[in-house]
Design a protein around this ligand. Structure first.
Ligand code: NAD
Length: 515
């Protein structure tokens, strides 16, 4: 298994041009306080900051590195690097740019196991879940490789001898700000698409999981990406604010909580930047009495517990319509098969574990019934790890905190409803709108819910309805600020601007160009 500690053991004490990412996290190979470096103009460089945060391995509660809380000056350096590279990169034909990403995809495949193990180590999700994340990064890179075909411009003879053509131009330096829950995949939601389309980038990964982005930088360099096209600045709020304020950045994508998504959207657009900010979620799974018992139970259990419930697509509330106690019993049986430290990973931090357990305790205090209790779990051999067991809570009322807020842990709140319309009213009342699902064997009932659910991504008999490429990913309501979606075909519009050229080719044609 890949281990950051082994990489650190090989690391050099100073950073030099062309040095690999593996070496660039370290200054001391043994104590877990090795420093993560920023990546600017193709080199790993020390942040100008003296403030650092520990990077933890959530499965064992041990520090594995230290991440700098970089400054506005670090951001400025990275933006200058990206701006400097933009002229040559944007002028490189797209068919040449895409060659880098064919090689990058091959490198992701070649190093899939070590990338997987690094995600597992810094995020705490299971090895299988970490591999699924790398596979998704490969899929989005494959999609980006189709850009020369699908992002081609348009041309039409609009009048005799007169043609209009539309060409796509990159927007400039873009910034991508990412959350902790998918350290490899979410950065890759934007990197291949934005860069193939001719932009240059500054990535600000989550300070809780900064290590995967170092490997991404390494692989992009190995794939032949010119220096400066991709840069990484580590840190937290100060870096994000400097990105929003920097005049050299044209567009920002953000993925994270709704609270911060709103802040970033308002700040970025106040500086007249293009912004797309994806936020949190509270996804409702509506289960109708005719739902297939086994399939529904296993899907709901997998959706609420996958990645320890730390997915913006996770089932958070199940709205049980009518007499479905048999499905709930089966769901509890399925849930009990999910074992922390085995097929259930850790949550990101001690604070997250405490917060999630507090939600369960408060729901119980307010009258809900805990059917499967994941509090106070201790995993043998990983006693310091941040584990919460799968939890199912029945008879949650829509007015309870646990029914309304994003818990972001392996916790399912079951809310009882008598009719589909009552269930839809509960789903519609959520301020979020990322995903919703319906479980039924009736096509008509499914259609009824699809048309009325207030969410951007809908599942029918699917617990995690993530649209796969070429379809786009993005929610509604307070799960997304800005128009368009972040992946798939919608990414083409976000990462390009249109130039419309009208040309008269035949001097003989009449003076009126509309002729
Ligand atoms: P977060 O909002 O705390 O952090 C996201 C990013 O914002 C990080 O890079 C962080 O450093 C930065 N940040 C944090 N506080 C900030 C502040 N006050 N000002 C400026 N920047 C700040 O989110 P997280 O805890 O890392 O990730 C979990 C959240 O992300 C959940 O709410 C989850 O639903 C959401 N998420 C959404 C999607 C989606 O597609 N909608 C995908 C993944 C995760």
């Amino acid at each position: 298994m890949y281990s950051i500690q082994e990489d650190l053991a090989m690391a050099q004490p100073t950073v030099s041009p062309g040095q690999t990412a593996k070496a660039a996290v370290s200054s001391s190979p043994t104590n877990g306080s090795q420093k993560v470096h920023n990546y600017v103009n193709g080199k790993f460089v020390e942040s100008m900051s003296t403030d650092f945060l520990p990077v933890m391995n959530p499965s064992i509660g041990k520090q594995i590195a230290s991440v700098p809380l970089s400054t506005a000056a670090d951001v400025d350096e990275a933006v200058r690097s990206a701006a400097g590279a933009f002229t040559a990169w944007s002028a490189t034909p797209i068919k040449e740019r895409v060659q880098v990403f064919y090689r990058y995809k091959t490198l992701l495949e070649k190093h899939a196991n070590s990338l997987r193990d690094l995600v597992h180590e810094e995020n705490g999700k299971t090895i299988g879940e970490a591999m699924a994340e790398i596979e998704k990064s490969i899929e989005v890179t494959e999609f980006a490789c189709s850009m020369p075909q699908i992002a081609a411009g348009e041309i039409l003879e609009v009048s005799r001898g007169v043609e209009c053509r539309v060409d796509r131009y990159p927007v400039g330096v873009v910034a991508s700000i990412t959350p902790f829950n998918f350290p490899n995949m979410v950065p890759n939601w934007t990197i291949p698409n934005a860069l193939v389309l001719g932009n240059t980038m500054v990535l600000k990964p989550s300070e809780q999981v900064p290590l995967s982005s170092i490997r991404i930088a390494d692989l992009l360099k190995e794939a032949g990406l010119p220096d400066g096209v991709f840069n990484v600045v580590h840190g937290g709020q100060a870096v994000v604010e400097a990105i929003c304020d920097h005049p050299g950045i044209a567009a920002i994508t953000f993925v994270g909580s709704t609270r911060v998504a709103k802040l970033v959207y308002v700040r970025a657009t106040s500086h007249l930047k293009r912004a797309l900010c994806l936020g949190g979620a509270k996804n409702h799974l509506i289960v109708l009495p005719d739902a297939h018992e086994e399939m529904t139970a296993s899907n709901v259990a997998a959706s609420m517990s996958g990645c320890a419930g730390q997915r913006c697509m996770a089932a958070s509330a199940m709205v049980a319509v009518g007499p479905i106690d048999h499905i709930i019993k089966r769901l509890c049986d399925e849930t009990r098969k999910i074992v922390p430290g085995n097929n259930l990973g850790a949550v990101i931090s001690k604070q997250a574990k405490e917060r999630i357990e507090r939600y369960i305790t408060e729901a119980e205090r307010d009258g809900a019934k805990v059917l499967v209790d994941g509090r106070n779990v201790v995993v043998k051999g990983k006693e310091e790890g941040y584990y919460v067991g799968p939890t199912v809570i029945d008879h949650v009322r829509p007015d309870m905190k646990i029914a309304q807020e994003e818990v972001f842990g392996p916790v399912l709140a079951i809310i009882r409803a008598q009719t589909v319309d009552e269930a839809l009213k509960i789903e519609n009342s959520s301020p979020y709108g990322n995903a919703a699902s319906v479980f039924t064997q009736s096509g008509g009932a499914a259609r009824y819910v699809i048309e009325r659910a207030s969410a951007g991504m809908i599942g029918v008999n699917i617990g995690v309805p993530v649209p796969r490429e070429p379809f786009s990913f993005g929610g509604w309501n307070e799960s997304k600020f800005g128009s368009g979606d972040i992946t798939g075909k919608a990414a083409i519009d976000f990462f390009t601007k249109l130039k419309k050229t009208t040309t008269k080719w035949n001097p003989e044609s009449r003076a009126n160009w509309m002729s």
